[in-house]
Design a protein around this ligand. Structure first.
Ligand code: SAM
Length: 279
């Protein structure tokens, strides 16, 4: 997986209406115009397609996305921000009020006004980044461009046997190509979050890698396999009811050590275990 890490220093600040940021909704407004412009550049949809922005907040990123000239829809959970967005962008901007993790994404992506290959973009609320990522990725937009906490980005791109590698790394990398588009410091936000951030770019695959047939069962296998990180894969899967003899036979067929841990298996080996277990 490619990465082009780049730490951004604040250049200048976007003028945004003053609001009391709600910590419970992950509101850290991005004011660094250099970062805003770079996120918009990463989001650029194909000609004739539009953008869906998650969490427009007071509209700082929205302003830069609108400059791209593509149709734009927004999804915001905080109803109190709607008058601010309306004052800034007028009544034409579509605002879908609700939780982006619960939205009917296939229906929204199919909106004819968004063209054939809409992209999804957002400076995500960090408390809900993972559920929002899975909800959107499963609906397969053309691209996802998301600001997330630096540690979450590291988990998403983590490789086998690295400390960051876990069930989320396996699942996301099975479903998409992923890279880091930009690293962003705390000073780019108001209020400054406690953590550093990164913008990740995901290109969803047409179907999961290595011909995984039954995604829900594969996903559960991976969850179970990482459930007890310090245990061997056999013992971890035993805890969730898998037959250890079958797991041992699967490891043997793949030429893997019977004491291997889930965190040591790469994507191909996880797929191999699933095929051996006939999942
Ligand atoms: N895009 C703005 C910016 O960059 O300045 C705001 C980003 S702020 C980190 C996250 C935004 O997501 C806030 O506007 C917040 O209200 C909104 N939000 C929080 N939880 C949400 C959810 N579950 N679904 C949709 N939006 C949510």
């Amino acid at each position: 997986m490619k990465s082009s890490p780049r730490r951004e220093r604040p250049e200048s600040t976007a003028q945004s209406p003053h609001v009391q940021a709600k910590k419970s909704l992950g509101q850290n407004f991005l004011h660094d115009t250099g970062v805003l412009a770079r996120i918009a550049a990463l989001a650029q949809p194909a000609a004739g397609s539009g953008i869906i922005e998650i969490g427009p907040g007071t509209g700082n990123l929205t302003e830069y996305l609108l400059k791209l000239g593509a149709p734009l829809h927004t999804v915001e959970r905080d109803a109190s921000l709607v008058p601010i967005l309306r004052a800034r962008f007028g009544s034409e901007l579509p605002i879908h009020l609700g939780d982006a993790a619960e939205l009917d994404w296939p229906a929204l992506l199919a909106d004819p006004g968004l063209g054939p290959h809409p992209v999804v973009v957002g400076n995500l609320p960090y408390y809900a980044a993972i559920p929002i990522l899975f909800a959107t990725l499963e609906a397969k937009p053309a691209r996802l461009v998301f600001m997330v906490q630096k540690e979450v980005a590291a988990r998403l791109i983590g490789h086998a046997s690295s400390p960051e590698y876990g069930q989320i790394s396996v699942k996301i990398q099975m479903l998409a190509d992923i890279r880091i588009g930009l690293r962003v410091g705390r000073g780019a936000f108001t209020p400054a979050p406690k953590v550093e951030s990164a913008v990740i770019v995901l290109e969803p695959l047409e179907s999961p890698r290595f011909s995984i047939k039954d995604w829900p069962r594969f996903s559960k296998l991976v969850t179970d396999g990482f459930a007890a990180r310090r245990k061997t894969l056999v013992n971890s899967l035993l805890l969730s009811g898998h037959d250890p003899a079958r797991v041992l036979a699967a490891l043997d067929a793949l030429g893997l050590d019977p004491r291997v841990r889930g965190e040591a298996l790469d994507l191909k080996q996880w797929a191999g275990i699933a095929h051996q277990l006939a999942l």
